[in-house]
Design a protein around this ligand. Structure first.
Ligand SMILES: Cc1ncc(COP(=O)(O)O)c(C=O)c1O
Length: 397
């Protein structure tokens, strides 16, 4: 092995080669179809539980029509950063739409959700400030804080009492405090307590940034995410999000006060030094936002599927943790069993993600299932049958 590979890397390489030898490595398999409720993987059709395309919009005919028009008008890409030639009329239209939807003064688009988190955090805080993170926030948030140069303190997951005592301990030590949460947690499927977070931020003079990745399109009367769910549109100071989940596309956004968004545009490296989103993608995402209002039946289907599926799994005896949304974990608590379970359900025609260390601690190893609005009752029943068969064989249930 080359000198580039350290001892820790060798350990990981040994684990990976064991998984491949045992034929239980199921990452990055070759997909040769669109991301629908069924998906063709390694040459065979399977029921799709691996995607975050919760509403099924990535293949919606009206979205594809909008993308086609985008290609005709603008071609494959725009060939520049947003500050150069990368902000077209449809980029402006989408920014305005998101700002209106979240009741903010302004919004800016970035090339991914990851970059939206990097950019929003780097623009909001710096040296002398502190970020107060829920312990289960997404990695993009942790990386954003590192990039910002501010201090980082963690509080126990969804434990606002722990946050309150942390706020009381640090408030005199820092110029500014930024509380950051995922609206819906990407591995557990539970959501943040926005009313309590708002109370604490007001009481302690802190700021609040929420990551709407798994919440937009899913939560709220109109599908406008966590602030919509609690009817508290002004509770967060900054809202970041992605188009890779509710629209099944790619791209990110940050919404907030106009002066803050202007500051981000001139200071956030993830915005300044990266190419703009292709207009065809922006056109498709624009249509996806319209569909939230025009076709609410997708959100209704999704929630019907979530409650049917969660109930079915719990009746079988699976541990689905605190999940209440389209993100459903099957908590197995053993790395090897998790990998074997995933391979066995794959062989039975169900495609899902095994989540093991370093994404979660080994004792939290799990299968992550993404419920879709386009799953049929037959898809869900067939999958429950497969989970029951494999779960019993491996003595998980
Ligand atoms: C909670 C959360 N935030 C941010 C991101 C990053 O979004 P994207 O994949 O669109 O860059 C993800 C993606 O996995 C996520 O789950």
């Amino acid at each position: 092995m080359s000198q580039l590979v350290s001892d820790a890397m060798k350990q990981q390489a040994a684990l990976l080669s064991m998984l491949r030898r045992e034929n239980i490595y199921t990452y990055s398999l070759e997909v040769s179809s669109s991301c629908s409720n069924h998906i063709v993987v390694s040459g065979a059709e399977r029921i799709n539980f691996i995607s975050n395309n919760y509403l099924g919009f990535s293949t919606h005919p009206k979205v594809l029509e909008a993308v086609k028009r985008g290609v005709e008008l603008y071609g494959l890409g725009i060939g520049g950063s947003p500050m150069a030639c990368g902000t077209t009329d449809i980029h402006y239209r989408l920014q305005d739409k998101i700002a209106r939807l979240y009741e903010r003064e302004a919004c800016v688009l970035l090339a991914s959700g990851y970059q939206a988190l990097l950019g929003s955090i780097q623009a909001a805080i710096g040296k002398g400030d502190v970020a107060l993170l829920d312990s289960l926030v997404h990695r993009s948030i942790v990386d954003g804080v590192t990039l910002s140069g501010s201090d980082r303190r963690m509080w126990l997951h969804n434990d606002t009492q722990d946050l309150e005592s942390l706020l009381a301990r640090v408030r005199t030590k820092y110029a500014r405090m930024l509380i950051i949460v995922d609206s819906v947690y990407s591995m557990d499927g539970d959501w943040a307590d926005l009313p309590e977070l708002y109370r604490l931020k007001e009481e302690h003079g802190a700021l609040l940034l929420i990551d709407e990745a798994h919440s937009l399109g899913v939560l709220g009367k109109r599908g406008y995410g966590l602030p919509d769910h609690f009817d508290m549109p002004h509770a967060p100071d900054v809202i970041a999000g992605t188009f890779s989940k509710f629209a099944g596309a790619v791209g990110g956004f940050v919404a907030g006060p106009a002066d803050f968004i202007d500051h981000l545009r001139h200071n956030a490296s993830a915005y300044i030094f990266s190419a703009s989103l292709p207009p065809m993608t922006v056109a498709g995402v624009n249509k996806s936002f319209e569909l939230l209002d025009e076709e609410p039946q997708w959100r209704q289907n999704l929630w019907d599927n979530i409650s049917y599926f969660l109930k079915g799994l719990n009746v079988l005896g699976f541990d689905t943790g605190p999940s209440r949304t389209a993100v459903v974990p099957l908590i197995i608590r053993d790395v090897e069993k998790t990998m074997i379970f995933n391979k066995m359900i794959f062989d039975e025609g169900v495609f899902a993600s095994p989540i093991v260390h370093p994404a979660v601690p080994p004792a939290e190893s799990r299968i992550r299932l993404g419920v879709m609005a386009t799953h049929t009752r037959e898809d869900l029943d067939r999958s429950l049958g497969v989970f029951e068969k494999v779960g019993k064989k491996l003595e998980i249930i």
